[in-house]
Design a protein around this ligand. Structure first.
Ligand SMILES: Cc1cc2nc3c(=O)[nH]c(=O)nc-3n(C[C@H](O)[C@H](O)[C@H](O)COP(=O)(O)OP(=O)(O)OC[C@H]3O[C@@H](n4cnc5c(N)ncnc54)[C@H](O)[C@@H]3O)c2cc1C
Length: 481
């Protein structure tokens, strides 16, 4: 096992993509599960805070240590087993999503949920309950975690199989390997939208769901078994350009209706607003006349021609031109579309870097019936702020990433105030403060606004049950005074 105790050797482990900077005394890089058990137990006994680090692509400071030790599981990166018949893969937490995908390809399998940035680790994706571009059809990683092996702060190894241990009347009461577990769950109701913020709680819930999305605060994930899928025979994707945002939103609503009637079933439905296209115009100058775009991906198992015709009709009915639509069903065409979609975050990062600023963004989601009101609010607040902004993302799940792009500190301050208003508006519409990035250290105040102090205390008590000295992922989700 490698242990680094000179700060200069582990500077990059003190931050994630949020720009939050932490501090720590040492970094552990175990190579085997038994080493993880020893480290965790040692930290438990000596009361050393321990923060788990995945690939550090997180956006909310979850892996940023607030003192003590860092536990990086990047060397625990084996895919232990791929079972093509049962479509199950058992793997270490340090496996990156891109590596998993290339191994699955050899068996004509894929992980369709494709949760999040491809450099993220499986451990990080599970611990933030991540979801990705295909969330519209497949949901997040939570739906595919079948087994987890978790190390608790006293070194206990908890092996959890989905479908075996359920809560009853707001609490869990079970034994694993002769040890009894009995604890109450927080009594809040999670918002009925795409959501990843705070502990997962539901009546009759599966124990495994408590650990998924717990952001390294209850235990360390050292192994997971995921359900994967067979690769689709045919897939096509499109970018449909619109002359205004209204038509794009009407198009999305129409597609959602067709989905309800089982007529179309896109795996992705993503939106670009006028400002996003203005940004992209630097690289794609011919986008001049367009004010909005919708990206979709469609898998087709049968009736390719009929499905294609339905899409073409929907596109034309919504006032877009088929001639202006980018269509991709060959490798080359799909790569062009992929490039277009990924250009935006890249351009945004370059912009912010040039002004020495960081992005100030929301991760809220609301229900279908509230989306239009939320959208009006985004526009209103964006225009009033006088700060550059772009709004894009997972419109299928009413989950847009509203990004302010401040040019100086006073704009940055204004943007933060506006994001708080966006969060409050989403909550007033029954939405969530975090649909996919989690809470980490940066969104704790939003979680408290969402659930209130009483329910935060219930979360603290749940954590105390598993981690009496509050050592794991210290500073994530809530503060403990
Ligand atoms: C360009 C970009 C695009 C992104 N797109 C998406 C997106 O589409 N969807 C989405 O959900 N997120 C997205 N994210 C956010 C980020 O990729 C996810 O939150 C991801 O799941 C983090 O994984 P990671 O391995 O980088 O974890 P880290 O950032 O290292 O850690 C995240 C959290 O997980 C905990 N953790 C890590 N490993 C373990 C473990 N083995 N056991 C216990 N706890 C652990 C950490 O302590 C921390 O709290 C994006 C980020 C970037 C930079």
């Amino acid at each position: 096992m490698i242990v680094k105790n000179r700060k200069e050797e582990f500077l990059s482990y003190l931050e994630d993509t949020s720009n939050l900077k932490g501090k720590a005394d040492l970094l552990y890089l175990p190579e085997e599960e038994q080493e993880v058990v020893k480290i965790v137990r040692l930290c438990g006994e000596k009361k050393i805070p321990l923060t788990c680090s995945g690939s550090r692509t997180g956006t909310v400071g979850g892996c940023v240590p607030y003192g003590g030790a860092i536990l990086s599981l990047e060397k625990l990166s084996k895919i232990k087993d791929i079972d093509p018949d049962r479509r199950l893969v058992t793997l270490h937490p340090g496996v990156r999503l891109d590596n998993l995908e290339s191994e699955l390809k050899k068996f004509d399998l894929t992980f369709k949920s494709s949760p999040t940035e491809s450099l993220a680790s499986i451990g990080g994706a599970i611990s933030t309950s991540a979801s990705g571009v295909r969330g519209f059809k497949y949901g997040g990683i939570r739906n595919y975690v079948k087994k987890l092996k978790v190390i608790l702060i006293d070194g206990t190894i908890l092996e959890i199989t989905r479908g075996k241990t359920f809560s009853c009347k707001g609490s869990f009461n079970f034994s694993i390997k002769g040890r009894d577990f009995k604890f109450s769950l927080p009594s809040y109701r999670m918002p009925p939208v795409k959501h990843s913020g705070g502990y997962f709680v539901r009546e009759g819930m599966d124990l495994i769901d408590l650990f998924i999305g717990s952001e390294g605060t209850l235990g360390i994930v050292v192994e997971a078994t995921l359900e994967v899928q067979k690769s689709s025979q045919d897939v096509f994707d499109c970018i449909v350009f619109f002359k205004d945002e209204k038509r794009a939103i009407n198009f999305v609503e129409k597609i959602k209706k067709l989905k309800q009637f089982d007529m179309l079933d896109p795996s992705s439905l993503e939106f670009f607003d006028t400002n996003s296209l203005s940004f992209l115009r630097a690289v794609y100058p011919h986008l001049k006349e367009f004010k909005s775009a919708v990206y979709f991906e469609q898998e087709v198992e049968e009736n390719y021609k009929d499905t294609m015709e339905l899409w073409m009709k929907a596109i034309e009915d919504s006032g877009a031109s088929l001639d202006d639509t980018w269509f991709g069903d060959t490798k080359k065409e799909r790569e062009k579309i992929y490039e277009f979609r990924h250009k935006l975050p890249q351009l945004v990062n370059e912009f912010l870097k040039s002004y020495n600023q960081v992005k100030i963004a929301s991760d809220i989601a609301v229900g279908d019936s509230s989306f239009r009101e939320m959208y009006r609010f985004y526009k209103e607040i964006g225009e009033c702020s006088k700060v550059n902004y772009i709004n894009f993302g997972h419109i299928g799940e009413n989950h847009l990433h509203f990004n302010f792009l401040p040019k100086n500190d006073s704009e940055s301050q204004k943007a933060k105030e506006c994001i708080l208003e966006i969060v409050k508006k989403a909550l007033s519409l029954g939405g969530t403060v975090s649909a996919e990035h989690g809470i980490g250290k940066l969104k704790k105040s939003y979680l408290e606004i969402m659930y209130g102090k009483f329910h935060i205390k219930e979360m603290v008590e749940l954590k105390r049950y598993f981690d009496p000295n509050f050592l794991l992922g210290r500073g994530n989700l809530f503060d403990v005074e």
